[in-house]
Design a binder for this molecule. Structure first.
Ligand SMILES: [Cu+2]
Length: 105
């Protein structure tokens, strides 16, 4: 029992604090025609759940067209982060809605 604990602890710590070891899901609230704050520590393998609380359809569309996520009214849409990079994005229906997505390796 004691040996098993000694082995398990470093693995658990790595999983908890390694950042890149465990994928995480982050929720970004889209509300009142605004994208909520994006997490600062997004990594490849994580997912974003866009939660559109508005009665309007929105989108999260990269200005370089790398991604284009449709966000129907009152729905959640999951977006996997498959690539590291930095993208400015906009709602294609409401060009005043903007944000920047930064994904670390
Ligand atoms: Cu919109």
């Amino acid at each position: 029992m004691r040996n098993r604990l000694c082995l398990a602890t470093p693995v658990m710590l790595l999983a908890l604090f390694g950042g890149q070891v465990m994928a995480a899901d982050y929720t970004v609230l889209v509300n009142k025609m605004t994208f909520g704050p994006l997490p600062s520590e997004l990594h490849v393998g994580d997912t974003i759940t866009w939660k559109n609380a508005d009665i309007f359809r929105h989108s999260a569309t990269a200005t370089d067209k790398s991604f284009d996520v449709d966000l129907p009214a009152k729905q959640d849409v999951v977006m996997p982060l498959n690539e590291a990079g930095e993208w400015d994005f906009v709602c294609k229906f409401h060009p005043g809605m903007t944000g920047t997505l930064v994904v670390l390796p």
